[in-house]
Ligand binder design. Structure first.
Ligand code: GAR
Length: 227
């Protein structure tokens, strides 16, 4: 048994850089009910755009009907403008409580008649009010293999812990932060020399794949789409 450092295959192909479970199903054909999606985002919005693209390409029989952001200057808002998707800003600093912000989100999504709401990098703690308004219809994406590394800075937490495998999780939202029934996970290796940025980029690529799949699973659970 050698005691040297474990060899790490730095040149693994993108294909081998992640394991996703459950495996994606075949794309659904046309003729399905078209799901109306609402999306919440606070940051760059790459997951929001990946979801919108999955809808546009027909991978997901859905439409992103409404984006809500809490930061007027976030990248997600710019992406929405480019993609022609309606965007509302509910700046959290203008609300007296988390419940008041959540009520504004509920009102916006109800007006847009959305079936499911996706938290695609929504960096606000949600309250029971939002969860109760969309029971089993609230999906979150998180950059770790939950239940490990909940909360903010999950990627930095994984690097500090020295894990060799981390990943991302799409799940239904429960009251405690980053908990709830898991829909899809992808495992992503931590490579030698990774920084928060390089690891985040590798995780993001997997998030963009699992999020549309998770939305499809959430919709099937509720029989909003045909199986
Ligand atoms: C994503 O990595 C998402 O998992 C994370 O924010 C990022 C948003 O990126 N969410 C959380 O950490 C929630 N706890 P994006 O704005 O490019 O989609």
């Amino acid at each position: 048994m050698g005691h040297g450092p474990t060899p790490v295959h730095q040149n693994v192909s993108e294909h081998n850089q992640a394991i996703q479970w459950p495996l994606p199903q075949e794309f659904q054909g046309s003729g399905e009910t078209c799901l109306r999606l609402g999306v919440l985002a606070s940051g760059s919005g790459s997951n929001f755009e990946a979801l919108a693209q999955a809808c546009q390409s027909g991978q997901l029989a859905a439409n992103v009907c409404q984006l809500v952001v809490n930061n007027p200057f976030c990248g997600a808002r710019e992406r929405a403008e480019r993609l022609g998707i309606p965007c509302i800003v509910h700046d959290h600093r203008g609300f007296s409580s988390r419940e008041a912000l959540d009520q504004a989100l509920i009102d916006s999504f109800r007006r847009a008649q959305v079936d499911l709401v996706v938290m695609a990098g929504w960096m606000r703690i949600v309250t029971e009010r939002l969860i109760d308004a969309f029971p089993e219809r609230l999906v979150n994406i998180h950059p770790s293999l939950l239940p490990s590394f909940r909360g903010a800075r999950a990627i930095e937490q994984a690097l500090s812990a020295g894990v060799r495998i981390t990943g991302c999780t799409a799940h239904l939202v429960s009251l405690e932060v980053d908990t709830g029934p898991i829909l899809v996970q992808a495992a992503v290796p931590v490579l030698d020399g990774d920084t928060p940025q390089t690891l985040a980029a590798r995780i993001h690529r997997q998030e963009h794949k699992i999020l549309p799949h998770a939305v499809q699973l959430a919709a099937h659970r509720l029989a909003l789409l045909s199986p």
